[in-house]
Design a protein around this ligand. Sequence first.
Ligand code: GLV
Ligand code: MN
Ligand code: MN
Length: 419
Amino acid sequence: MTDQIQIDQARLMSELQTLATFTNAEPVSNGTSVTRVVFSPDDLRARAWLKGLATAEGFEVRDDAVGNIFIRWTGTEPDLPAVATGSHTDAIPHAGMYDGTVGVLGGLEAMRALKSSGLHPRRSIELVMFTSEEPTRFGIGCLGSRLISGTLDPVRADAMQDKDEATLAAVRTAAGYSGSLASVQLQPNHYHAWLELHIEQGPLLEREGIPLGIVTSIAAPAGYRFTISGLGGHAGALLMPDRKDALCAAAELILSIEKHTLATHAIDTVATVGTCDVHPGAVNSVPSRVVLQLDIRDTDPARRESVMQAVRRDIEELRQRRSVTIIEQLVNADAPAQSSPHIVNVLEEVCASNGISAKKMVSRAYHDSLFMARIAPIAMLFIPCRNGVSHRPDEYATPADTTLGVQVLASVLAKLASE
Ligand code: GLV
Ligand code: MN
Ligand code: MN
């Protein structure tokens, strides 16, 4: 493997650094802070730059109506379903520079290395850069891959609004992506196989000294929005016994979520309230309305739902005791995904024949692969990240681990493309 497929580590690391310059986060001293929200000026610059790299290599580039980018190296039998890889380049506020980007630039580097090795793949090999894997702007993650897999209704998607009440329809049109979102969906036989390279975003590989993870399943995420309404008023004059403080009720709700999640005693059950919008948001005004976003995930969707049921019982009690209203809105409740045993076998064979140790593992983070699994056999390849840190500026993967991941990705893509 190492002899024929030469990964250009210096180019890969330099391109990761360049991509990290498309950011509107202030520089920080403890890492590289990246904020690249979908269809922001930095996201658009990153897209144009990526397409330039692909075109320079002679690959065909197309985008769909939601802005997913497809970079294709046509095989000798172009009518066969292609083998695909990819990930995302959008980044949550104050994120790091490796989440998603390793799978996109690593995928491009794998294709370039295979081309330089003289390979003429039987099946086409395609790199996909997905729109809005991160939920930052529209409150739902994996927007591009949900539409590709037919998981999200195109009309509902176009009507989704960002915090400034701009719809996806308006925002994507302004970004140059028009056309019906229904055209984004791909059919189940479109790809022969899908393999995503990503940083682990957890501590296990580094802790165990293992350079690669082979993902066998992806945990099931769900998202909810809670709107808590009470009674606002003057922070000095509204007497304590008369209050219906929406933020105090929200605080109890957040703690109820934490309590019931911990009560499962399951390492795979995780819940996070990551945003809290307080109205009117003034220090001398009693909060009248609060909107919370909950992210809850589990490898077992039934256990995830049992936590929600327990939280709903607490909500009933909270409503009465505090005289507030609490409205729950479902954003998404997704099923877990299983990797294809065949692709997992190919990954294991490539690792074993090159003396690379690899660990089979669950992905607790979600990825576009969760949705690609609905239309194609999938697997994922993880590389270690320092201290398991992700979604932070100090996120870091070593050049050696990144290069090894790309090398194995390239070998496996070549094998799958020869099938
Ligand atoms: C992806 O960014 C996730 O939140 O798992
Ligand atoms: Mn992420
Ligand atoms: Mn990611």
